[in-house]
Design a protein around this ligand. Structure first.
Ligand code: PEP
Ligand code: MG
Length: 541
């Protein structure tokens, strides 16, 4: 068995033969021409033909992967009308008196290099697009046939890289998975792969030759592994996983687009938890009605220094806009305890889980808190963004937050910066917050119960300590009684209460949560549909 690691673009398991995809790259020769006008006319005709081909691809992609993902082919059409690009080609033909193929290839390389050198990640990603359109024109000019996979049985496609046009041209029923040596997670190809729901890896260090071509293999899209000629044990494990994935997929089909309403008519907010904006695709794919927990501290953990207001604003705005009016609950930074960030320069503590973490940092270092609040308030003008504060224990903390929020709003107003009026809620993840939840409910718009921490603080069991797994019991009657109490107090004050800790995704408790009156469950995206299934088959009474 040979094992190769890559980066996962889409999860799932594929089992089958490998087909190495050779691009059939064309070697473009430089030849002298006599008549530049004639050569430019040939070039213009090839551009028109390429635009026509892209139109066809667009239509095909709309049917297969939806309008938003098909848009790349419209973008390619627009790129083919770009004056700078067209002028550059014609200029080479004119000045160097060379064939159109060569002029296009050189221009494609130049533009791709220019894009690749740009600061902006999105623009860097366009380098592949400009190469893609140039290769298309060269193919048309040299009368080349369209590429594709020619196989009778479904295969695992192994390629150096795949351009969006190549990905979409793959006959879906002939492709089990694709694995590439290069490519980026943000590329349109990756986005298309996710939408096509086939296991996919990029950045896989594997040679594209006869050592793997035609061999039997397994792609573990979830863990980013390609097994060539897997041993019995691996194959069996993977086949089991594949069956489980298949069951999940079938569930997806029937439950997508359905409202999450109980048999007795209560609509449950079924949201998803995310760690960064890259998780959005999965939220949409799994049809969550909103984001119930965006762990914003990951923005901080990814960096070497504090993310600026502008950096944060862009991320929050993007998430709010992408969710298009659906709720996006962003939790303010929950740094501390297990989520340590060097540049915060937190003092070493004996007991970090009970130390300076989350809202305690924000209230003692308001300059950090204010930067985040400014970004959040500004982004709230672009969608249904809501703010949630973690690790609350007392009413005075909520009052102190409200004061800082007022200062932020005053500053933004003075600076003429636009902001919205986001709903603000708190996490209930300490026993103290549970006990004063009736008072807290008077001050906020919603509660979200963090059962991961609530379990650790209620049972006095460190959630990070694997030795104590047997003692860390979120099903403990004390934890369940606390959830019940929080929901009752929330309702008594007319606000909603949900669960965003891992327990919210525990299918064995879903019915019990409904009976308790829980209004919202926020879970990892892949859990949304299995939970919807239980909810639509249950009653609250
Ligand atoms: C929780 O404590 O349940 C929670 C959702 O927050 P985190 O797991 O990020 O601490
Ligand atoms: Mg927590």
């Amino acid at each position: 068995m040979q094992t190769y690691r890559g980066k996962s673009v889409f999860g799932g398991v594929a089992v089958g033969k490998i087909c190495v995809y050779q691009k059939g790259e064309q070697t473009v020769k430089r030849t002298k021409i006599e008549n530049a006008e004639q050569e430019k006319a040939r070039f213009n005709a090839a551009v028109q033909e390429s635009i026509r081909q892209l139109g066809e691809l667009y239509e095909k992609a709309v049917k297969e992967v939806g309008e938003a993902n098909a848009a790349i082919f419209e973008i390619h059409q627009i790129m083919l009308e770009d004056e700078d690009y067209l002028d550059a080609v014609q200029n080479i033909i004119d000045t160097q008196k060379v064939n159109a193929e060569y002029a296009v290839a050189v221009t494609g390389d130049n533009f791709a290099q220019m894009f690749a050198a740009m600061e902006d990640e999105y623009m860097r990603g366009r380098a592949a697009d400009v190469k893609d359109i140039s290769e298309r024109i060269v193919r048309v000019l040299s009368g080349g046939a369209g590429q594709g996979i020619h196989t009778d049985e479904p295969v695992i496609i192994l390629a150096d890289d795949l351009a969006p046009s190549e990905t979409v041209q793959l006959e879906k029923d002939k492709v089990l998975s694709f694995v590439t040596v290069h490519g980026s997670v943000n590329s349109h190809t990756a986005i298309l792969a996710r939408t096509m729901s086939i296991p996919a890896l990029i950045g896989t260090d594997v040679a594209l030759d006869e050592t793997v071509d035609g061999k039997f293999a397994v792609v573990d899209g979830t863990n980013g592994v390609l097994y060539v000629e897997p041993d019995e044990e691996t194959l069996e494990t993977m086949r089991r996983r594949q069956r489980e994935e298949q069951e999940k997929k079938e569930l997806l089909q029937t439950l997508k687009g359905r409202e999450t309403v109980t048999l007795d008519g209560k609509k449950i907010r079924l949201y998803a938890n995310i760690g960064n904006s890259k998780d959005l695709a999965s939220v949409i794919h799994n049809d969550a009605a909103g984001i119930g927990l965006f762990r914003s501290e990951f923005l901080y953990l990814e960096k070497e220094t504090f993310p600026t207001e502008e950096e944060q604003f862009q991320v929050y705005k993007q998430v709010a806009e992408t969710m298009a009016g659906k709720p996006v609950i962003i939790r303010t930074l929950d740094i501390g305890a297990d989520k340590q960030c060097d540049y915060f320069e937190l003092k070493k503590e004996e007991n970090p889980a009970m130390g300076c973490r989350a809202i305690r940092i924000c209230l003692t270092r308001p300059e950090i808190f204010k930067t985040q609040l400014r970004a959040l308030f500004r982004a709230s003008a672009y969608g249904n963004l809501q703010i949630m504060y973690p690790m609350i224990t007392s009413v005075w903390e909520v009052e102190a937050i409200a004061k800082i929020v007022e200062e932020v709003k005053t500053e933004l107003t003075a600076q003429n910066l636009q902001f919205g009026d986001p709903k603000q809620g708190i996490m209930i993840e300490t026993p103290a917050a549970v006990m004063v939840s009736r008072e807290l409910a008077k001050k906020v718009d919603f509660f979200s119960i963090g059962t991961n921490d609530l379990t650790q603080y209620t049972l006095a069991v460190d959630r990070q300590n694997p030795e104590l797994d047997a003692f860390y019991d979120p099903h403990h009657p004390a934890v369940l009684a606390m959830i019940r109490m929080v929901v009752e107090n929330a309702h008594a004050e007319g606000i909603w209460a949900g669960i965003c800790g891992e327990l919210g995704a525990d299918l064995s408790l879903t019915k019990e949560f409904l009976k308790m009156g829980v209004d919202e469950l926020s879970v990892s995206p892949g859990r949304v549909l299995p939970i919807r299934k239980v909810i639509v088959e249950s009653s609250c009474s």
